[in-house]
Design a protein around this ligand. Sequence first.
Ligand SMILES: Cc1ncc(COP(=O)(O)O)c(C=O)c1O
Length: 373
Amino acid sequence: MTDFSSRVESVSISGIREVFAAAGANAINLGLGQPDFPTPEHARRAAIEAIEAGETDGYTGNKGTLALREAISEKHARDNAIDVSPRSVIATAGGSEALHLAMEAHVDPGEEVVFPDPGFVSYDALTRIAGGTPKPIELREDLTMAPETVEDAITDDTAAFVVNSPANPTGAVQSEADMKEFARIADEHDVLCISDEVYEHIVFEGGHRSPMEFAESDDVVVVNACSKSYSMTGWRLGWVVGSERRIERMLRVHQYVQACASAPAQYAATAALSGPQEPVREMRDAFEKRRDVLLDGLADIGLATPTPRGAFYAMPEVPEGWVEACIDRGVIVVPGAAFGEGGAGYARISYATGIGEIEEALEVMDEATRAVG
Ligand SMILES: Cc1ncc(COP(=O)(O)O)c(C=O)c1O
């Protein structure tokens, strides 16, 4: 009988989905990891026009259209001051596929991947699917990842470490000094740094910096996507940037698992990346207002919350039974433990929802806190 592979048996469906399944139909959902804004009109229109012109019926090149890769290259020059050749880009089915390519192309069976704990659920699962061994590491008090903890975790068996800033599930933003250190660690140890920058535009104080700006070797690859920046999660369009030799290896995986990213999505992404950037700023400003309402409310309730400086998540420390008490009362939040052992005792609250709903949810959280406290 054909049995399942040990790699696939070592992962399970994300705990986030289980929380959604447990909630009632009218619940306020503060569990979702996607912006609640429409995709910018000019991006939608570009896809519609390309479809109507019959330009999206066939495969594109494996790496994606030249127009999209040029738009990605210009985006990196504009936003990150990084010189990226269109040859060094693969357009992918979201940031998720980009992470998968980076892992598959660089991790050998038994090799270790270091990543933040709590951290985005894919880092652990994709490491296992690549046959690697997850090495989750503890975060600082403010929920950022300390470069020295990364360096201490590196062994001869380390294939890669993941940096995620702004971070899911914590909302933490790494400083420029940290990013320089991550670049140095990648250079000095000759270990790949996978920098997941999908929330790069949602930063409330200071700005986003990439380890790729500071690396002297080609030991940094950047994963990014239109998903969060342009509210395009449903379009499934991301990309990975790396040196040509790394891109060539990742392309081998991409070619066989995906062939090319969806053509209509590539047209939409080209327009999103090269068109007006106001929608990005408007979303960021809206998220900042919501964050402030949420943080004030959590402070009033008496829940200690490290100040999230980016993305659209907050992670208060919560008493035992709090997540269940919220869900029972119709507010969906995700237990921190769904993001790793280091998340135990916390909850992830997504504020990608209207201020009215956040205020309503805060009343429920207050009640839940008193019920379990
Ligand atoms: C940190 C992080 N990286 C990558 C992704 C994947 O995003 P995409 O929808 O582009 O696959 C997510 C999605 O939630 C995320 O939170």
